[in-house]
Design a protein around this ligand. Structure first.
Ligand SMILES: [Zn+2]
Length: 675
């Protein structure tokens, strides 16, 4: 049940936010003043931070976002352990959170149970004897969050009628995360594929298959996934909104994709009868249909078996977790050592009952005054963006009017939701295994999702991130910007810091999310959240020419020797950073007109605005992780969100006196100028 469209400020981290920390606050002591701002502004702004926060064995990336989440995880641990240590009233939220944490921490029990918790599911799969039977079991597994039907099916806003949820069918998600891993034949990818084969084989061995069975089954799984990868859209194509929207009546769906038993799928999922469906990517779904009808049944069964084990691995005995770590964390992203059990347990509780944990967090740590200050900042940013739109030279009055209307109807969410998710029907039973409890949670989530969304009107008040998340998002179909409590702490938002620091950090983040409403994707949605054109053809052309400059610029950035950034994949995020910087800087300039700032630590307010921006992106990252993100992540790496973004901001040149012969210099007529 994934939401595909929201636009967060960075890839989602398994992270929690608690409390405040002196070390996280912006400070010029983390600068490397030996570096030159015009040569490597990133190093200049946060070089000492990079040096003093080296990667430890468990991290493949360690930046401000991780730093916050690490510190806070320790505090959450304390909070949860208090619940777990004391008897709690059965059925209370405290009992549910405490019990789940205890189950995740009980290594003796987990190791004794080994894979017993998934045996009933493996037996069910083993007994399948027909394709109809396969679809039945695979659809039941879908309810538990296990994807053996290959495609995803969930309810989300209809892109062309954003007031209604519609059933959406989405292309298969691949275990390795991107089709390239299955299809590319460079040395690096070949090594990853070999490690993947070992991983899949290992999982089959761990549940008692003979070496020969394990080999055969793993070959079948990879063969199926490779065929899925061949038909899947690339990440770049997935960003083409129109190309990912195909609406059918339910009858037309059944005719067009007749190889798939849609009725069984919906029935087993627990969904009511539906009249319409949007198939995001037709060709990949045809490929699924082909596989479901033509692939030998034993291969399909191996695939379902693998999906069950892979899904369960982190909640079974240590040997399963070790296999998983070896592939996902070590091979794919370069980590050297697994996170300690307690951190994994904290994340697990957060994943399973995030809004309940969030409620505790907000009550304890989030000051109401932060919400008020944020509301004011958002309004200041909104006013600045309105000013900028009004004075754009390249856009006609007609389109400006539409853009301003869209801006004025942004729906703003700050801190935490007005109403809390109800967990009263959810039971966490200490007599059951960790896996079975999590499986029940997944079934509850599926039922809840369907109840709230199938054949329903869109609920604009729903939060798509938990309050403790250190992130923010824009959602085009509700035209909303959301800033969870987790990001409203230093270094992003600091009530004790001055405007230079706050506008350079949270100000740019607010501007970033607002600009998503007007990036290459967001600009295709109107103020009501519908995919509907509000541009004159001439303005649209000019917009595309201007964003093309951004795409071309990032295509030339060499992230690792021989590996270049993907300008098309990162276009929306790079536009959002560009707009965010410009809008926040303008709002900052307005703000200090009435409240002038002095120089501080030898830096002007304008310089500190940009230094604060550089500081939030401080982070070390392994080469393996860079390679993975270069395929998967629509965001540029932290270094390039600074060194790639600032050379397009006129005010930055002025603040640091950047000149023609500086390495980062871009001639004025080649700078991106969109919003
Ligand atoms: Zn973004």
């Amino acid at each position: 049940m994934k939401l595909k469209k929201i636009l967060p400020i960075l890839l989602l981290l398994p992270c929690m936010a608690y409390g405040q920390d002196e070390e996280s606050r912006f400070s010029t002591k983390y600068m490397d003043t030996k570096a030159k701002p015009g040569t490597d502004f990133y190093r200049y702004a946060c070089g000492k931070w990079l040096d003093t926060h080296p990667l430890t064995a468990e991290h493949s990336r360690y930046g401000q976002f991780n730093h916050l989440s690490e510190q806070n995880a320790r505090q959450v641990r304390q909070l949860i352990e208090n619940l777990a240590a004391n008897p709690q009233e059965p059925g209370s939220l405290a009992q549910k959170i405490g019990t789940l944490y205890q189950l995740a921490m009980d290594s003796t029990r987990l190791n004794a149970e080994s894979y017993t918790p998934i045996k009933p599911l493996l037996q069910q799969i083993n007994q399948i004897s027909t394709r109809r039977g396969y679809m039945l079991i695979a659809s039941q597994l879908m309810r538990r969050g296990i994807n053996a039907v290959m495609f995803s099916l969930y309810f989300d806003a209809d892109l062309k009628d954003a007031t209604r949820y519609i059933a959406q069918v989405y292309q298969p998600s691949l275990t390795m995360g991107d089709r390239d891993y299955y299809l590319s034949n460079d040395e690096h990818t070949l090594n990853i594929r070999k490690a993947y084969k070992d991983y899949v084989t290992e999982l089959f061995l761990l549940v008692g298959n003979t070496p020969q069975e394990a080999e055969e089954k793993s070959a079948a799984v990879i063969q199926i996934e490779t065929q899925l990868a061949q038909a899947n859209y690339s990440r770049t194509k997935l960003r083409d909104v129109e190309a990912n929207y195909h609406k059918y009546t339910f009858e037309a769906l059944q005719n067009e994709y007749s190889e798939i038993d849609w009725s069984t799928c919906l029935l087993q999922l627990g969904a009511p009868a539906i009249t319409e469906v949007s198939v995001a990517q037709p060709e990949p779904i045809h490929q699924v249909g082909k596989l479901l009808t033509q692939e030998p049944l034993d291969n399909l069964k191996a695939y379902a078996e693998y999906k069950v084990i892979d899904n369960a691995a982190s909640s079974l005995s240590d040997d399963f977790r070790a296999a998983q770590f070896q592939f996902y964390n070590k091979t794919l992203s370069g980590a050297q050592q697994d996170r300690p059990r307690w951190k994994r347990a904290v994340s697990l509780v957060d994943d399973a009952m995030g809004m309940a944990v969030g409620r505790m967090y907000v009550e304890k740590y989030f000051p109401e005054t932060s919400k008020q200050r944020m509301l004011q900042l958002v309004e200041n940013l909104r006013a600045a963006l309105a000013q900028r739109i009004t004075s754009l030279q390249w856009m006609s009055e007609e389109t400006k009017k539409q853009a301003l209307q869209k801006l004025s109807t942004f729906y703003v969410k700050i801190g935490y939701p007005d109403t809390w998710k109800d967990y009263s029907n959810r039971h966490i039973d200490p007599a059951l295994s960790l896996y079975e409890n999590l499986s029940r949670v997944a079934q509850f989530e599926t039922a809840d999702h369907i109840l709230r969304r199938a054949n329903q009107n869109v609920d604009r008040a729903e939060w798509l991130m938990t309050p403790q998340t250190i992130n923010a998002y824009y959602n085009p179909t509700t035209n909303e910007i959301c800033f969870p409590a987790g990001i409203l702490q230093p270094p992003f938002f600091d009530p004790t810091a001055d405007d230079a620091v706050n506008y350079g950090a949270i100000g740019v983040i607010i501007g970033h999310e607002m600009t998503h409403g007007f990036d290459d994707q967001g600009a295709q949605f109107d103020k009501a959240g519908n995919l509907s054109n509000w541009w004159t053809p001439a303005d649209k052309d000019k917009f595309q020419q201007r964003t093309q400059v951004m795409e071309d610029y990032f295509n030339k950035i060499e992230v690792l020797p021989g590996m270049y950034a993907n300008g098309k994949l990162t276009l929306g995020e790079n536009i959002a950073d560009n707009g965010g910087l410009n809008v926040a800087y303008q709002a900052f300039t307005e703000a200090i007109k009435s409240k002038p700032l002095e120089q501080k630590d030898g830096f002007t307010p304008q310089q500190r605005f940009f230094l604060s921006y550089g500081f939030i992106w401080a982070g070390n990252i392994r080469d393996e992780q860079l390679r993975q993100y270069n395929k998967l992540d629509p965001h540029s790496p932290g270094r390039w969100r600074v060194n790639g973004a600032l050379p397009h901001i006129d005010a930055w040149y002025k603040a640091f006196n950047i000149r023609k012969n500086d390495k980062l210099y871009v001639p004025k007529n080649k700078r991106v100028q969109v919003w």
